[in-house]
Ligand binder design. Structure first.
Ligand code: BGC
Length: 718
């Protein structure tokens, strides 16, 4: 599998060599911009929804349907920006491009659970390659909002609750994408934490807390990936809409972080022309807004002198610069996609993202002549996927489409789409000596009767979520808890496989033998579930989100604004500040059901004592990891700051993923980003002089080998 990642990376490098050479993108951008007319400049600043929706003007001849398009300047070789959503693969909204399929990767939360930047980069390269082959040069991929709440409908598109983990993986994914000559878009700046009332919600947060949490995730992703574009969010942040938020766009993103790319709006998120002066460079999907603000109204602003020519040049040059820096000015030429190696990567990614939460020795399953009953979640058909703009149409189409509907243009179209093949068939193929049968679980009594006769029962439980669909509790829907409980009464060997986009409660946990968190595992999910259950893949994933014991343990116990009509103004105080996820539970002493960073393996690991060293401003840590079990496997040692100047604190400051043969020992050396030791003091970062204690974590709650280091005071801005 390692070889596979290497192949993917080499695909990435080869293709990037074919892209136009990015010679001094700033200079090229300035030269091109100088040759443009005002109309051409303005033309680059707004785009369309490129979909054949009722009520929208028909698409111009030859333009493929996709999330969006911005028309270029052919006489100057400025390409159209052909935009497609792509958080988990290249999308084909509502199947508008007939017969056009793409590799459906597992959810981003699954990627986060891998704790593997190499995998993130390879996945990015895969999406970038498919995007290029289909003629799209801008990917709306790179969701890095922290998963602050257990209910967030789009958490499956994000990379978990920790800024270091999310920022590092998003940066790696952007690198993979952009090596293909395709621009990546880190989104949604900022605090797009819930779906309910996302268009009117005002996310309120203290500036320092914001810088130390969600903004830090964006900052790391931007530094490490250098995305061509950033997408601002629907919601307000401290009273100003994300896409018109001068502080966030001008002061933080462009000034403090030195972001050189352009800011595009989310679709339907521009409410006024003043957003241009406030730092928004491009209005996306403009038909969804009240006006094409960045066309005639912007011209009027320029004519009246309320917007300067310099600002116009700045916005245009930012777009051109990204095109040149990434090498996105290629001519589309259909290319064949290596679906076989891409499917192999999707399978590897799904396996690497599955977290073994509990195992009382029943896993991995042996290939013996015993009867295994698989119950629930259409396990004879496919696996679950998340709904919304990130939904990918995999090769051959969905395995099942269940209309759900609702109110509103988008929600009324919602569908539970199953992807891939049947986990039951995958298990039958993987365990030829066993007798693997399926039972829908629709009638629990029937499931119980059959469970009594089986040697082992696997319950596939699931919870469907997506864009516009926040969860309303931690409970599994449709009586699945009662089903698991009843089956566990009937059979003492129950394994639960969860397909969810968020944490769920597990009232039956003590009565089952094993639990595997499979997230939404993508088109190869069925085979990957079998791989993990039979031990072909030794689980190595760790939770990127805390699984709380109850809603009331979390900062918000219910979805703010639930049930209020669309358009209602709502303020959400993120009073937990930078204490997101595990930091909150640890500070409050609330023991979670499963902590952030938790995940078991079919082998075991030990860590030896932690050594800390400081050279100048740089703190490094080293320790060794040994595989003490009998199987090859990967450990994810985590390093936490646990005490700062005598005060308890919990922050992930470094992590690593280490593959080890049985008995093998490796030394792990990591350096620590000093922002993770610091706090934001209003104008910059400040590391206070004094003693800092760190510890190695098997999770955010299982800490060992503490060590201390003394730091001098340090102030810095980036
Ligand atoms: C989503 C974005 C997406 C855009 C275009 C919006 O509704 O919030 O993430 O990129 O649509 O499809």
């Amino acid at each position: 599998m390692k070889r596979l990642v290497a192949t993917m990376l080499s695909i990435a490098l080869t293709t990037s060599a074919q892209a136009t050479g990015p010679n001094d993108p700033d200079q090229r951008a300035a030269e091109t911009e100088a040759r443009m007319t005002v109309a051409e400049r303005i033309g680059l600043l707004h785009g369309i929804v490129a979909l054949p929706f009722p009520g929208l003007a028909p698409l111009p001849e030859g333009i493929p349907a996709s999330s969006g398009r911005v028309f270029g300047v052919p006489r100057l070789g400025v390409p159209d920006l052909a935009e497609t959503d792509a958080s988990l693969g290249v999308t084909n909204p509502f199947g508008a491009r007939k017969g056009d399929f793409a590799t459906a990767l597992p959810s981003a939360l699954s990627l986060a659970a891998s704790f593997d930047p190499e995998l993130a980069e390879a996945s990015g390269a895969l999406i970038g390659a498919e995007s290029r082959a289909k003629g799209f040069n801008v990917l709306l991929a790179g969701g890095v909002n922290l998963t602050r709440d257990w209910f967030g409908g789009r958490n499956f598109e994000y990379l978990g609750e920790d800024p270091l983990l999310a920022g590092t993986l998003a940066g790696a994914s952007v690198r993979g994408i952009q090596r293909q000559g395709v621009i990546a878009t880190v989104k949604h700046l900022s605090l797009n934490s819930q779906e309910t009332l996302r268009d009117t919600l005002d996310a309120r947060i203290d500036e320092a807390a914001h810088r130390e949490s969600d903004l830090l995730a964006f900052q790391l992703a931007i530094e490490q990936g250098r995305p061509g574009s950033v997408m601002c969010s629907y919601n307000k942040i401290n009273g100003e809409y994300g896409c018109g938020n001068a502080h966030l766009l001008n002061d933080v993103l462009k000034r403090d972080w030195g972001f050189k790319g352009w800011v595009m709006s989310d679709w339907g998120a521009v409410h006024d022309v003043s957003y241009f002066a406030n730092g928004l460079d491009q209005q996306s999907g403009a038909q969804l807004d009240k006006k094409v603000w960045f066309n005639e109204p912007l011209k009027a602003e320029l004519a009246a002198g309320r917007v300067s020519r310099e600002r116009l040049s700045d916005a245009v040059q930012r777009i051109l610069r990204s095109i040149y820096a990434v090498g996105a000015d290629w001519q589309p030429s259909p290319q064949k996609i290596d679906t076989v190696s891409h499917a192999a990567l999707a399978r590897k990614a799904a396996g690497e993202g599955m977290v073994l939460l509990k195992n009382d020795g029943v896993l991995p399953l042996a290939n013996s002549a015993r009867s295994i009953l698989v119950i629930g979640q259409q396990a004879d058909t496919g696996v679950m996927s998340g709904w919304g703009s990130s939904q990918v149409l995999p090769e051959g189409g969905f395995s099942a489409v269940i209309p759900v509907g609702g109110t509103g243009a988008f929600t009324s179209q919602s569908r539970q789409n199953l992807v891939g093949r049947s986990p039951v068939k995958a298990l039958q193929a993987a365990l030829p000596a066993a007798n693997v049968q399926f039972e829908s679980g629709y009638y629990p009594e029937a499931a119980v009767e059959r469970a009594k006769r089986a040697d082992l029962v696997i319950v596939m439980a699931g919870k469907w979520q997506g864009e516009s669909l926040d969860a309303t509790s931690l409970t599994l829907p449709q009586g699945q808890d009662a089903l698991i409980e009843a089956v566990a009464q009937a059979n003492s060997n129950v394994v639960v496989v969860l397909q969810t986009g968020n944490p769920v409660a597990m009232p039956w946990l003590d009565r089952v033998k094993a639990v595997v968190q499979a997230w939404y595992p993508g088109q190869e999910g069925a085979e990957a579930i079998a791989d993990v259950l039979i031990g072909k893949v030794n689980p190595s994933a760790r939770l990127p989100m805390t699984f709380p014991r109850s809603e009331s343990d979390a900062p918000r116990s219910a979805v703010p604004g639930l049930g209020e009509p669309v358009g209602t103004n709502l303020a959400v105080e993120y009073s937990e500040g930078s204490e997101v996820g595990y930091r909150w539970y640890s500070a409050r002493g609330r023991k979670p059901l499963f902590p952030f960073g938790h995940g078991l393996s079919y082998t075991s690991f030990s860590h030896n004592s932690l050594k800390l060293a400081r050279r100048g401003n740089l703190v490094t840590a080293s320790f060794s990891v040994t595989n003490t079990g009998a199987r090859e496997g990967a450990d994810v040692p985590q390093l936490y700051l646990v005490d700062r100047l005598g005060k308890p604190v919990r922050r992930l400051v470094a992590f690593s993923k280490v593959w080890l043969a049985p008995g093998e020992t490796r030394t792990v050396s990591v350096s620590i980003d000093r922002r993770l030791l610091a706090h934001w003091d209003g104008t910059g970062w400040l590391v206070l002089a004094g003693r800092y204690r760190l510890a190695i974590g098997k999770s955010a709650e299982e800490l060992e080998h503490p060590a201390e280091i003394t730091m001098p005071e340090q102030r810095f801005t980036k």
